[in-house]
Design a protein around this ligand. Structure first.
Ligand code: SF4
Length: 533
């Protein structure tokens, strides 16, 4: 593809990270950076400057460049890089643990042209902060650093607090928010999601591993309550940096982080450009080239970059890049608050299904009801509520929900499936069959509709039809003893006792405690004997 065509396809980067070292002097519980030994291949100041210089060749907007670590201030030239970033017309941000900020460092920061200094602080409780950060004096050093910075930097520097939402500090975050709000030295507080930072080998369900027990919030309802409170505070003018859209997204993220990563609608496309400590350059999480051998502008408009953009359009950003902590990836309050109602319904529904899957049905019911309070027309919430009632044995209540849901939009297989299950429970098998068939007309692979039909046909003594349905569900779950029992009963009903005995035996093989199986085998045996005289 030609250069001209490519440059038309490429937008401009909106966010940029430069990781200048992976090393750190702290040993935080949620991070593995401190385990990196000395690295010989880390980028030099000249290489970092080359990257910024080349960026300034094609980005004219005042892009924010995040200078990161490990601990970036551990690198002696960190502030020199910030000065260079300013000279090129960009804004620089440093995220730091503040451990190294003494009076002298505060003066140097004031002179560096740095725009934003983001200090990690997990709690106002020194024990919590020091525990999470792995040293006894981190909290006191942060407090001292804030004093020095206020004294020497004044309004030249935006001073912000970064707080990761974790199990340990969950109950202490509101107090911290109040404190930031009153503190004149601090411009705002920004909340971050806890990410997997290489602490576990298996990335799937990483947050459920023992390693994350102290870190990952264990009570999702508490997280929701906290975030709802933070949203209220932001709306009332508190100094909270995250837009409401990002705060809402945090609820989604903490409900199911892997799913959030997969499904997130906040596409970053080609907006994030990263340089890592080894010189590798990334485009929204996918490796693009290396500062030591490549020219950034050429890379930006290369076929490889366009291929990455195409992939991002299909499957979202690469795994290095979790959108949840990028404020710039989220709509502003102005844009978002108009569509928030819909988003909130989705969040309550999501939490409802989460609790339903955990069999915490009362909690699930509460969440679906919250969604319905916002909009009584939410079909997903009605269906969710219906299935909860069904599992709680409240059949009439379930039937009511599914009936209401069917009036909202008839073309929903789950509504018919739910109605079918209700009628099945009420032993109105003809009606149940009609509903299950409607579900299958919309989705021939609806497993629960096939299962329901199998039992309904059996009850209606339409054994051939029932056998066909049991065989369908057995293809999916061949080791389900109940299906073999059902099949056995059908064959018994058709007086095919040999086949019936085979199925009952199969059920016993799968589960030797299968209820009634022995009795059914004996009864079929008797029938066979009679038949054979
Ligand atoms: S201060 Fe930051 S880089 Fe250092 S160990 Fe803690 S989280 Fe990791």
């Amino acid at each position: 593809m030609s250069y001209e065509k490519n440059i038309l396809q490429a937008g401009n980067p909106r966010f940029c990270d430069i990781v200048i070292t992976n090393r750190c002097l702290l040993k935080c519980k949620m991070c593995k950076s401190w385990q990196c030994g000395p690295q010989s291949n880390e980028i030099t100041l000249d290489e970092a400057k080359k990257f910024v210089q080349e960026l300034s060749g094609f980005v004219k907007e005042p892009l924010e460049i995040n200078v990161m670590g490990g601990e970036p201030l551990w690198k002696p030239w960190c502030l020199d890089l910030c000065s260079f970033i300013s000279e090129k017309g960009f804004k620089s941000i440093i995220s730091t643990n503040a451990y190294l900020i003494d009076e002298d460092m505060a003066k140097r920061i004031a002179d560096s042209g740095l725009n934003v200094l983001a200090i990690s602080l997990e709690s106002l409780n020194p024990d919590t902060h020091n525990y999470m950060r792995g040293k006894d004096d981190v909290f006191s050093r942060v407090m001292k650093a804030i004093e020095y910075l206020e004294k020497y930097c004044g309004s030249k520097l935006t001073l912000t607090i970064l707080t990761i939402i974790m199990e340990k500090n969950l109950d202490e975050i509101l107090e911290l928010t109040e404190w930031v709000n009153k503190n004149k030295a601090l411009q705002n507080i920004s909340f971050l999601a806890l990410l997997e930072t290489g602490l576990v080998k298996e990335r799937h369900n990483w947050f459920k591993s023992q390693t994350y027990k102290d870190l990952w919030p264990q009570d999702i309802e508490k997280v929701y309550a906290l975030i709802d409170q933070l949203i209220k505070l932001r709306k009332s003018g508190y100094k909270i940096w995250n837009p409401v859209s990002q705060l809402d997204a945090l609820k989604d993220y903490y409900t199911e982080p892997d799913k959030f990563m997969k499904d997130t609608e906040y596409k970053t496309h080609d907006y994030i450009i990263d340089l890592d400590e080894n010189g590798s350059i990334y485009l929204s999480g996918d490796e693009l080239g290396n500062v030591r051998k490549d020219d950034l502008k050429q890379l930006w408009v290369s076929d490889k970059a366009n291929e990455i953009r195409r992939k991002i359009n299909i499957r979202g950003p690469g795994k290095r890049c979790c959108v949840i902590n990028f404020i710039c990836a989220f709509p502003t309050d102005e844009e978002y608050l108009q569509v928030r109602t819909e988003k909130n319904i989705h969040l309550y529904d999501r939490l409802g299904f989460y609790f339903k899957d955990l069999n915490q049905l009362d909690k699930a019911v509460d969440e679906f009801k919250k969604a319905l309070e916002i909009s009584s027309d939410s079909q997903t919430s009605r269906v969710g509520l219906g299935f909860c009632y069904l599992e709680q044995g409240k059949i009439d209540a379930a039937l009511n929900e599914f009936s209401l849901a069917s009036r909202l939009s008839p073309e929903n297989e789950h509504v018919y499936q739910g109605l079918g299950s209700c009628y099945q429970h009420k032993k109105q098998f003809d009606k149940a069959v009609d509903e299950f068939k409607k579900a299958l007309a919309l989705n021939p692979d609806n497993y629960y509709a096939h299962q329901g039909l199998a039992y309904c046909y059996e009850s209606l003594q339409q054994f051939d039809l029932s056998i066909s349905e049991f065989n369908w569900v057995l293809k999916i779950h061949p080791d389900n003893e109940y299906y073999h029992m059902g099949l056995g009963c059908c064959y018994e009903g058709l007086k095919q006792f040999d086949k019936a005995i085979d199925e009952f035996k199969q059920a016993l093989k799968i589960n030797p405690n299968t209820e009634c199986a022995d009795r059914c085998i004996a009864s079929c045996g008797e029938s066979l004997k009679k038949e054979r005289g």
